[in-house]
Design a protein around this ligand. Sequence first.
Ligand SMILES: [Zn+2]
Length: 302
Amino acid sequence: MKIILMSTHCAICGTEDNAYELYPTNFDNDAFNADVFSARRLPDMVHYRIVQCKQCGLVRSDPVIDQEILKNLYLQSTLTYAKDIPNLRHTYGTYLHKLEKYQPRKEIFLEIGCGNGFLLEEALAQGYRKVLGVEPSQSAIEQAPPLVKDSIINDIMRPGLLTEKVSVICMFQLFDHISDPQAFLAACADALLPSGLILCFNHNVTALSARILGEKSPIIDIEHTFLYSPSTIRELFEKNGYKVLEVGSAWNFVSLLNILRLFPFPRALKLKLIDFVGSSTALGQIRLFLPLGNLYLIAQKM
Ligand SMILES: [Zn+2]
């Protein structure tokens, strides 16, 4: 496959060349397969050239693969996190519950990048009248429970995709994969009812773990077009017409197995450790609540 790379620009200031290099690229063409672009796979330390805008500090990949090829990779991607789902539902459900203080209209709830729909079930449990999901991976949708399966649209989020306006939009570990965040936020605003809420949960490039691990951090990954900090994500949402209500670092409920999966051990050692912990019922059930280098943002359509 011939890989054509396109230069990117800062999503906040719009500049192309006003950035310095943090890490040079380290991939070859073999990186472009659907396994690499599958949700929550074992990190493989492959990334584009990573740069940081001199003006606003936003971190991004530059240059990146053509977006049509990328879309096809996501359509073919698979769901690899089935065992983590109870912890993910608990974590994301905790952040969804944070919207209560802003009294959301519990009409239609939309999750973009909903995977097999486990959070759609949680949204129903939290009292939303109707749920919708958007998910490019057909294989993820096939694993959805019957209660929500028919509520999932097999597509990527784009203007005009939905026929109804929604009152809440959520996205978990999705926003840093979006290559045109301005167009994406416009499509979200278009889908939202007036005063509708957005909850965004993704990696924090200024988290302690990211700063200590540097290039070895699992967030320095070919799937991420942009990497946000609490201040850059706030600035981006405000520039795109949203009122930011809350931004902060996020904590995760996580199994010991998943910590091993994310930690930058040499791959052979990592697979052995995962095998060892996975084969022990007691170790396999250990669950911790930790700051794993994520942030959350709650914003309102103005
Ligand atoms: Zn910038």
